[in-house]
Unconditional design. Structure first.
Length: 262
């Protein structure tokens, strides 16, 4: 599994002061950096206690790797992406992957080290957005929601910088790898950062200039191989994840920063 960089071993209980090793048939769930893994671990603990199946969290530092690992069978499912991103990967890379069930909303936000509110955005301000097509479009739509630009309505969630039809403040755009966006804040006036990388970069979502809300269409999905979409273990784990206990954990742990879809 050369693509994988595990950060958490299978959840297990202690016996005689030592943790039991993960079973060979542990359910392996891929996530990207940030809070996703913490939620999977909590759900996995319930799954282990009630079903006797270990859950192993695998964290990836690059958005492109969880789907490649899933396609080649190194993991059983992943939970890090919204549907437009998955659709783009399936189209461009030929993966036989399917969205199984919704999980959470991890809001994209506008962050800044230089201004405290959107009304302070100046003409010619430099803004950084993710350089992958789906999250880049997502950022543009959030900027449109903020009243800073307008994009071609015919493009919808496929909009790119080239589709901006009105830019009254003459904003200058930089398209940057999503993981690097928190670091970009010293060199930009503000940046559009997904919450997982915002949290990993030490940003406070409560101080964002603007965050997506529960009405966003960019919720995350559990994804697996097409041939395994009805796999009982996968379906049962997702049911545990989408339980009242996990919902309560998310709401208390992240204080509204992450929004359950159930």
């Amino acid at each position: 599994m050369k693509l994988l960089r595990p950060i958490a071993v299978a959840l297990a209980f202690a016996l005689a002061g030592a943790a039991l090793p993960a079973r060979a048939d542990a359910l392996k769930v891929g996530v990207s950096a940030g809070p996703y893994g913490e939620i999977i671990e909590f759900a996995g603990k319930l799954f282990k206690e009630r079903e006797g199946i270990d859950v192993k969290v695998i964290e990836f530092s690059d958005y492109t790797l969880p789907n490649a690992a899933l396609a080649q069978g190194d993991i059983d499912l992943n939970n890090f992406q919204h549907k437009p991103y998955l659709d783009n990967q399936v189209k461009n890379r030929g993966f036989d992957l399917v969205a199984v069930e919704k999980s959470i909303i991890v809001p994209l936000g506008l962050y800044s080290h230089k201004i405290a509110k959107l009304s302070e955005v100046k003409d010619g301000s430099v803004v950084a957005i993710p350089n992958d097509p789906s999250n880049g479009s997502r950022a543009l739509l959030l900027l449109q929601q903020a009243g800073l630009i307008k994009v071609d309505p015919a493009k919808g969630i496929a909009a790119s910088v080239a589709d901006i039809v009105d830019n009254p403040k003459k904003l200058k755009f930089r398209e940057i790898d999503a993981a690097q966006l928190p670091r970009s804040l010293d060199d930009t006036d503000f940046s559009a950062v997904t919450l997982n990388y915002a949290v990993a970069g030490g940003l406070d979502p409560k101080k964002a200039l603007l965050l997506e809300d529960a009405n966003t269409p960019w919720n995350l999905w559990f994804v697996t191989q097409g041939a395994r979409k009805d796999d009982p273990r996968i379906r049962k784990f997702i049911a545990f994840y989408r339980s009242p206990e996990v919902k309560d954990f998310i709401q208390k742990r992240f204080d509204g920063g992450i929004i359950p879809t159930w």
